[in-house]
Design a binder for this molecule. Structure first.
Ligand SMILES: [Zn+2]
Length: 376
């Protein structure tokens, strides 16, 4: 096979509005020693894409060093070339990309807990990401996808589903029979958390700001009850709905606007699980609300290799599939950002990166504007 010399990539050429998003022709990467070259079939978007484009910085969202910058934390594709000395991966393997960057040597990395490494970063944030046709990366960063999982489904998993898995299963120790409330429940991580929790036997409640979103969430088989919460003060309704007791677990990825109600919705000893702060990171709360009621706040960005691998095993054995809101061609990355910014979506937004038909591998029923869903 003749190696490709160029590739299409979605990139930002400046910081600010959506006019900074372009599709570029860039030189194709070549795999170095220990690396594999992957043809990316699909890449997914995350809210972090919007924050990076807007030039926001802070822990977890560092400014990329140079422009243009290729976005994209999530992706899946097919291995097309091996660098020197690669074993255990073959040309033709269908793979998902583990997006964490880390030192590889510290005790956290050795335990498969990469997001605890002091050098932790993510593809798409700290280095060029996956919204492109080709990527060369260490063979140790790819995971073979189970045969019964499509490339599109596999691409929707890394950021959202690994993060949700880490929060709920690895750290949050969610148990069957517990009642879990997801705040602002339409983004990728929130939807992933609800699916995993419902499958695990938890009762899943959700809040959302509009009646229209509530209707769409109610239609999802893994959401048991939806509350429309246009403004603050909704914890009263949650407490009332639980006979004054509160819920066992709250998942809040919104941050400042919802933290107070989230904490006040928790039962004695309840756990709040956090992985993001899309609405701001400086909540106005009383810490007495935490210690006086034996509550816990458990945080973590993303997860490690072990969590990542377990999520694909979970999909393969459970039949649960990611909720994909819609799949757009790579050159419509601007439209994808619009949908994210206007919060029109439920679940994941994907870009079809492959420019040829041979890598199209997506669920047969589609979606927009309603989510695709496959639960068995
Ligand atoms: Zn490390």
């Amino acid at each position: 096979m003749v190696s490709p010399t160029s590739m299409k990539a979605a990139a930002i050429t400046g910081y600010g509005g959506r006019e900074n998003l372009v599709t570029l022709d860039l030189p194709a990467p070549t795999p170095g020693a220990g690396e594999v070259l992957v043809r990316v079939a699909y890449a997914a978007l995350n809210r972090a894409d919007v924050f990076i484009r807007q030039g926001l910085t802070g822990p977890g969202v560092r400014q990329p060093r140079a422009l243009p910058h290729v976005l994209g934390v999530d992706g899946a594709g097919v291995v097309v070339e091996l660098g020197e000395g690669v074993a255990g991966v073959n040309v033709g393997d269908r793979v998902a990309v583990f997006p964490a960057l880390s030192c590889g040597y510290c005790r956290h990395c050795r335990r498969g807990e990469q997001s605890r490494c002091s050098d932790y970063g993510l593809l798409g944030e700290d280095e060029w990401g996956l919204q492109r046709e080709l990527i060369a990366l260490p063979a140790a960063s790819v995971l073979k996808i189970p045969d019964n999982v499509s490339l599109a489904d596999a691409a929707a998993v890394p950021g959202a589903y690994t993060t949700a898995w880490t929060m709920l299963v690895t750290k949050g120790r969610l148990r069957a029979g517990e009642r879990m409330l997801v705040v602002g429940a339409s983004g990728g991580v929130s939807v992933a958390a609800m699916q995993i929790a419902a499958y695990s036997g938890a009762e899943v409640w959700a809040t959302t700001r509009t009646a229209e979103k509530a209707e769409r969430l109610t239609a999802l088989p893994f959401v048991h009850r939806v509350f429309v919460t246009p403004g603050p003060g909704w914890s009263e309704e949650i407490r009332h709905a639980t006979g004054g007791e509160g819920v066992d677990v709250v998942v809040d990825a919104v941050g400042a606007p919802t933290w107070r109600d989230s904490i006040e919705s928790l039962a004695q000893g309840g756990r709040m699980l956090i992985c993001g702060a899309t609405g701001g990171d400086r909540p106005d709360i009383s810490i007495r609300e935490i210690y006086q009621k034996n509550r816990q706040i458990i945080g973590g960005p993303f997860g490690g290799w072990n969590d990542f691998r377990e999520v694909y095993d979970f999909l393969a054995s459970s039949g649960v599939r990611p909720v994909i809101d819609r799949i757009l061609p790579l050159d419509q990355v601007g439209e994808a950002h619009r949908v994210l910014e206007e919060q029109e979506h439920i679940g994941k937004l994907l870009l079809r990166c492959a420019q040829t038909e041979d890598l199209i591998d997506e669920p047969t029923t589609t979606h927009a504007p309603h989510p695709h869903l496959e639960m068995t």
